[in-house]
Design a protein around this ligand. Structure first.
Ligand code: NAI
Ligand code: MG
Length: 490
């Protein structure tokens, strides 16, 4: 699809109901909520609005599937085969799923079809291979005993995901959960429920037994909070805003649920004067503006060494001037709209704050066009560490450039944040790059690259950017409980 030059046709919307115990059902209340196409602000579908009753039904179905159904008796290898099958079906429908993602989220069709959906398929296949390779240990203990461990599914897992990579977040959550043998109650983001519902239909087609995957669309404080508080849910995996995670942690404390969080950041991207400046400029631009700036790991604090600062800013400004902002269904579009009115308003407000704090707005600074949630690619220089735009997550196409001049100073400033999701360093001095990688307090560090994700590479945050890890073998841990069995040898 990446090579198509005609605007891509809008996909059909087939699933808009709750998916519970293998059945498509309206919400118990009969309520629905609208989901929008962010490029035109028009309603594209009304989706079942789940709440506590629907979550109850979904948890019952998931519990039943965990303890009694075919899933509970299935060999691990067969579980893996069903996951491969799901990945195949998604691959077969990749074009339609990518278009659904563009319709619901507004991301350019080029990104949806070359990044999001291929990564979904890859992630599910990666974890499918793990299903029969989740090993325990045999452990030498004192005395005449034989001790071994089993890694059992943690149980019914509640999964609450955001709207920035709707389908990919489904894969990151379903992959390890299914491999481990858990059952799932998922709530997609209210802004982008459609690809998740489509994937649930494909899971059903793949033969994943009823009740293993349940999807309850709806809002956070209602459907989301009901999942978090439900005594029948053993673990919650959440991706989203830090303050939402704090609420979830409080709500989950009554039942002491296992929690994993993947939250936001204000990731430092450090460019030394000895870097390959061409690669660094392209990388720094991609690090922030990819996905309309709606990335948890966006390189939103760009630290540029003094001696190359002005030249570097010129390169970034030129890329912004040439950036193709517009209809996300046009395959040549590089930047689409923000996801919704709330994000659009929040970003424009941060831009005003940046201007009033005294930063210099080099490009952009306004909305683009007069319909849809488009924001011009915006670049601020003369940004100081204590300014709001250098401290808070903007989650939009707004880049802050800060200057630095020495190594110790930059390490300190890079770490002067409550976040710790990602960081990057650009330098031809490999020793210096590794020293930065060691000293920066972040879950992922990229050297001379940015946003390189792989299903096999753990991802998650230090400090207030998260709890636990997703992806890789590390991502399985949160979906298993370790049971120790000790046998007397008589
Ligand atoms: P959010 O954290 O409110 O939403 C994420 C998910 O959590 C959604 O499915 C939402 O319905 C659910 N949720 C909300 N309140 C909940 C509650 N009390 N209990 C259970 N679930 C709940 O994020 P939102 O409002 O969509 O975006 C706000 C900001 O969060 C963004 O501007 C951005 O800074 C950050 N964010 C970070 C993301 C990341 O990937 N780390 C993704 C999305 C947003
Ligand atoms: Mg919110």
């Amino acid at each position: 699809m990446a090579t198509v030059s005609e605007p891509v046709k809008r996909p059909q919307i087939r699933q808009t109901q709750c998916f519970i115990g293998g059945k498509w059902v309206p919400s118990a209340s009969g309520k629905t909520f609208p989901t929008y196409h962010p490029a035109t602000e028009e309603v594209i579908a009304d989706v079942a609005e789940g709440d506590a009753d629907d979550v109850d039904a979904a948890v019952d179905a998931a519990r039943e599937a965990l303890e009694k159904g075919a899933w509970s008796k299935m060999d691990a290898r067969d579980r893996g085969q069903l996951m491969y099958k799901l990945a195949d079906l998604i691959e077969d429908e990749a074009d339609e799923l990518a278009a659904l993602e563009t319709l619901d989220n507004g991301k350019p069709i080029h990104d949806a079809s070359t990044a999001d959906i291929p990564l979904v398929v890859d992630c599910l296949r990666y974890y499918a291979g793990f299903a029969d390779k989740i090993h325990g240990q045999t452990i030498p203990v004192r005395g005449n005993y034989f001790t071994y461990t089993r890694r059992e599914p943690v149980g019914v897992v509640g999964q609450i995901i955001p709207w920035n990579f709707p389908a990919l977040m489904v894969a990151w959550k379903w992959g390890p959960a299914l491999a481990a043998g858990c059952t799932i109650v998922m709530k997609p983001a209210e802004q982008t429920p459609l690809s998740c519902l489509r994937m649930a239909r494909l899971a059903q087609k793949a033969g994943i037994p009823d009740g293993v995957i349940n999807v309850v669309p709806g809002y956070g404080p209602t459907a989301g909070a009901s999942i978090v508080k439900h005594p029948g849910v053993d673990k919650v995996a959440f991706t989203g805003e830090m303050s939402t995670a704090q609420t979830i942690m409080r709500d989950a404390s009554t039942t002491l649920k296992r929690l994993t969080f993947e939250l936001g950041g204000k990731s430092p991207n450090i460019v030394f004067a000895d870097a390959d400046l061409d690669a660094a400029a392209k990388g720094a631009h991609f690090a922030l503006y990819f996905n309309q700036g709606q990335c948890c790991c966006a390189g939103s604090r760009l630290f540029v060494e003094d001696s190359i600062h002005d030249e570097f800013v010129d390169r970034l400004a030129e890329m912004n001037t040439n950036r193709r902002v517009g209809d996300p269904f046009d395959p040549t579009t590089e930047q689409g709209p923000q996801v919704d009115q709330a994000q659009f308003d929040k970003i424009l407000n941060y831009i005003e704050i940046g201007k009033s704090e005294g930063a210099t707005c080099v490009t952009g600074g306004n909305r683009a066009g007069d319909r849809g949630y488009f924001v011009q690619p915006t670049l601020f220089t003369n940004v100081q560490d204590e300014m709001k735009i250098a401290r808070e997550e903007i989650f939009g196409p707004v880049l802050s450039v800060l200057r630095f001049s020495d190594f110790d100073e930059i390490v300190k400033r890079a770490n002067n944040t409550s976040f710790g999701l990602a960081a990057a360093v650009w330098s031809r001095d490999i020793g210096k790059a590794h020293r930065i990688a060691q000293k920066v307090r972040a879950g992922t560090v990229w050297v001379n690259c940015y946003d390189v994700f792989d299903a096999a590479a753990p991802f998650g945050g230090f400090k207030m950017s998260g709890l636990g890890r997703e992806l890789g073998e590390a991502g399985l841990q949160a979906y298993t409980e370790t049971k120790t069995v000790t046998v007397s040898l008589g």
